[in-house]
Design a protein. Structure first.
Length: 264
């Protein structure tokens, strides 16, 4: 009688465990004599049942290997993220944050003069060939109770080279220095200097050059300087159309413009 292999396959576990009936045992054994596939299935079943620990060890090793790979991949991901953060922070620290003062020896002050309304006017220039990000302002109390004021041009740790001479580093500045604020000019570009300020420096308290001190006699501004300062002198502002600024200053001052060789 021909017995399908599917039926024999269902009986093999019972046959192996010797819990099937005598008729089933005879049926399986007769079938195995003529069916290589079912004999192999029985051999596989016997191998699996006689060596279960090896299969468990294999599964355990595979699981451990997968866990290690997972941890390794996670560690690599964290390392990549940290590296990216370090690169970004390093870039910001080197090129973006402007906290390095320009050396005083690179700051040129020239054309210091006094306007008819009492304002101090001067030209300043940073002679280091770099762009300039900002100008910080700070104060220091003197021993006599008066105040010194410091305008410090600031760079990033690594500042880009300037490509032209137009920028914050090369401009005129107007500061109103009269003691009586009621005498202050209506010029919007003038920066009011508190009467307690007796000295004005460019640079930091540790590295600076004196621009002006109260009581100092200043030469009078020329008519052209007076006209230019009415509209085109700025208190260290970077928000300027520099091409327009220089064109107008040149138009008004002519040969008087940016005479850096006159620095005291």
């Amino acid at each position: 009688m021909s017995v399908p292999c599917q039926l024999i396959g269902d009986l093999l576990p019972l046959y192996y465990d010797q819990v099937c009936s005598d008729d089933s045992r005879v049926l399986v054994e007769e079938h195995l004599k003529t069916c290589p596939a079912c004999r192999q299935a029985l051999a596989n079943l016997r191998e699996q049942m006689e060596h279960p620990q090896e299969d468990m060890e294999g599964m355990r090793e595979a699981k451990n290997a997968w866990t290690k790979e997972k941890r390794k991949a996670f560690g690599k991901g964290v390392l990549c993220v940290l590296l990216a953060v370090v690169i970004v922070l390093t870039f910001v620290r080197l090129f973006v944050i402007k906290d390095q003062p320009v050396a005083a020896e690179d700051i040129l002050i020239s054309q210091v003069c006094q306007m008819k309304d009492g304002s101090l006017l001067f030209h300043w220039y940073v002679d280091d060939g770099k762009k300039l990000g900002k100008v910080d302002c700070s104060f220091e109390i003197n021993e006599d109770g008066t105040t010194s004021m410091f305008f410090a041009p600031m760079h990033a740790l690594i500042e880009l080279d300037r490509t032209d001479e137009a920028g914050l580093f090369n401009a005129y500045v107007s500061l109103y220095i009269q003691s009586n604020v009621n005498d202050m000019s209506s010029r919007g570009s003038a920066y009011y200097l508190n009467p307690s300020v007796t000295k004005l420096y460019m640079g930091t308290p540790e590295d600076c050059i004196l621009v002006w001190e109260r009581g100092q006699e200043l030469p009078a501004a020329s008519p052209a300087m007076e006209e230019m300062a009415e509209t085109y002198s700025y208190p260290f502002s970077s928000d300027i159309n520099w091409d327009y600024y220089y064109a107008r200053v040149q138009e008004i001052l002519g040969d008087e413009m940016f005479q850096k060789e006159d620095a005291p």
